[in-house]
Design a protein around this ligand. Structure first.
Ligand code: 13P
Length: 350
């Protein structure tokens, strides 16, 4: 998610936790240098990815043809990247966050503020654990979230989009993040519902897998819209069951309905799921991800598995036919066309 933020917010040091295995990237421009942790890779040319970013100011592998600005410095050393930082932005695939945070334990400032742009969750023994909570638990710092209808390449080209920041207690930090992220082409709304915002960003990836399957089956627009409605409904019901404080209004923010729409139309989860359906489930998601995303990581399949763990443990499968079906299709338990068959039986009420 490339965001190029204005230079008005001088003297704010923003370090960026970045993992190049995902295309999403953030570049924050203030008067200070912005260090961006980059998972080091050797490119086919034999050069290191960090050297190429620092010499050309372009991430040639994951975000080609976009100028990152002179003050964004790629750093392959995690501890160095966060040293003395007062603001930390997490934008890695969710699968890696816990390991990264454990490596950072004791190495970030106690007064640092964090924000997570990661759309995913972990499931622990005692239930689901949001990524923002994981960051807070391991690092002992407050963590807001930013989610929304934010396809990375489009923001990089400065095409207008909106996003939602969710916070729990630290309204001031949320407002500061809002100032930092806002641009004329990037509008941010702030809501006091960290779990609702984060669950929207997370759960919509499962809906996008379903939308991709529908595309692969060539079911047309009405079916796809029905899948989006059913998916949005399951997102809301699930979120409120897990966190009763979640607000209905959050689902009308960019992080809710807008992210469902954009991801179901143009996201990577949709793309790989479409290919999966076209091959009638005969080629695995892992294989198709490697072929189609070239190093980037899908979130929807692992999120569906994590959510299924919760549904199974709480005997909620029947209440969530779409989430359940997506997981069973992705793991070969159900055929691809089950996405439509089971949705025909989905609850109709809002
Ligand atoms: P994908 O990971 O499916 O590309 O989703 C992008 C996204 O979250 C847009 O808001």
């Amino acid at each position: 998610m490339p965001l190029f933020l204005g230079g008005e917010q001088n003297h704010v040091k923003l370090n960026v936790i970045e993992n190049q295995m995902k295309q999403e990237k953030i570049a924050v421009i203030g008067s200070d240098e912005v260090r961006m942790w980059v998972y080091e890779e050797i490119l086919p040319s034999g050069e290191k990815l960090t050297d190429v970013i620092n010499n050309t100011h372009e991430n040639v592998k994951y975000l080609p043809n976009i100028n990152l600005g002179l003050n964004v410095v790629a750093d392959p050393e995690l501890h160095n990247a966060v040293k003395d930082a007062t603001m930390l932005i997490f934008v890695t695939p969710h699968q890696f966050v816990e390991g990264i945070c454990k490596r950072l334990q004791g190495n970030v400032r106690h007064d640092a503020k964090a924000i997570s742009l990661i759309k995913g969750m972990e499931v622990k023994k005692d239930g689901p654990c949001m990524i923002s909570s994981l960051i807070t638990e391991i690092l002992g710092i407050e963590c807001c979230v930013l989610m929304g209808a934010n396809i990375a390449n489009e923001i990089a080209l400065e095409k207008f989009s909106e996003a939602t920041i969710g916070y729990r207690d630290d309204k001031k930090a949320a407002e500061k993040w809002g100032e930092l992220f806002s641009k004329s082409y990037f509008h941010v709304n702030i809501v006091n519902d960290v779990e609702g915002v984060e669950l929207c960003g997370t759960l919509k990836n499962i809906v996008a897998i379903a939308a991709g399957l529908v595309d692969g089956l060539q079911m047309g627009n009405n079916t796809k819209a029905a899948i989006m409605r059913i998916g949005l409904r399951e997102m809301r019901v699930f979120s409120k069951l897990i966190f009763p404080s979640v607000r209905d209004s959050t689902f009308f923010e960019s992080c809710g309905v807008a992210d469902v729409i954009t991801t179901c139309l143009g996201g990577r989860n949709r793309k790989v799921a479409e290919a999966f359906a076209r091959h009638d489930g005969q080629r695995s998601f892992d294989e198709l991800e490697a072929e189609l995303l070239q190093g980037q990581k899908l979130q929807g399949v692992s999120t569906a598995a994590e959510i299924f763990e919760v549904l199974k443990a709480r005997k909620w499968e029947e209440q969530f036919p779409l989430f359940t079906t997506v997981h069973k299709i992705a793991t070969g338990i159900l055929p691809v066309n089950a996405v439509v068959k089971y949705s025909e039986h989905a609850p109709r009420m809002v």
